[in-house]
Design a protein around this ligand. Sequence first.
Ligand code: ADP
Ligand code: MG
Length: 254
Amino acid sequence: MVHIISVANQKGGVGKTTTTINLGASLAAVGKRVLIIDIDPQGNATSGLGIAKAEVDKDVYNVLVDEIPIKETIHHTSRKNLDIVPATIQLAGAEMELTSLMARETRLKQSIDEIENDYDYILIDCPPSLGQLSINAFTASNSILIPVQSEFYALEGLSQLLNSIRLVQKHFNKNLGVEGVLLTMLDARTNLGAEVVNEVKNYFGDKVYETIIPRITKLAEAPSYGKPIIDYDPKSRGAVVYQELASEVLAAND
Ligand code: ADP
Ligand code: MG
C-alpha cells in the first residue's frame, strides 16, 4: 500500500524541500518507487531535482485547477525510481482560484487515487502557508512529517500547524497522523542546539526522529546541480544522515 506523506511547516526555510528531495532519493535508493509532488509555487523541489521550470508544460496547477490526469504531469528524474510532479509559478494563482471551485479540498486526493498503485511512497513538498494548497496536501496524506529548524524559536507557530492538522482530520481525513518530527540544520558550534533538541523532544515525545540533520554546506549546494545529495556527493555526511532518516521512515511503515 502506498504511503502518502506531506512534508509541512508553515515557516519558510526550515528544511522542507531539502528533506523531501533527500528522503525521497534515499527511499528510491533502496528500491522504493517514489513520487514527489511539488505543491509550493516556488518550485524548489522541481528545480532541485533538475527539472527546468521553463520547459515544464503542465504542472500540479493543471492537476488541481484544470483537473488534467496527474499522469500527464509526471517527470522522471535522473535518480532511478524517483519521479516528480513539478510546480511552477502559475501555482501561485491556485490558492485563490481553488476557493471558488467544487470539491476544492479533495482535488489532489482524487488525482493521487489515479496513481496510488504505481508508487510505494508519495512525498508532498508543502508551501510555507496553511492555505488551500496545504489543505489539499493534508487531505490526500496518511501523515505529516514536520521539519523543525534547530533554533531558539523552533516551536513557535507549530500550534497553528497542529490546529490545521486537527481541522483537516475533523472535516476531510480522519486518519491523518503525525509521521514524525525532524530536527534540521543543527549547528554543532552553538550550545543552543542541545537545549532546542530537548525542548522539541519534551513537546513531541517519541514522534521526534533519532536522526538529526546537522547544518551541512553540501546539502545547500546540491540543488543548484539539480541533484539529491546521494548523487551530488554520495559519501558526504549529508547523504548518510538522510539515508538514516529513510531507515527510520521505513522501519515505521514497512
Ligand atoms: P523550506 O523548504 O522549508 O523553505 P529548504 O529546504 O529550502 O527549506 O531550506 C532552506 C535553505 O536552507 C535552503 O537554501 C537549503 O539549501 C538550506 N538548507 C536546508 N537544510 C540544510 C542543512 N541541513 N544544512 C545546510 N543548509 C540547509
Ligand atoms: Mg521549500
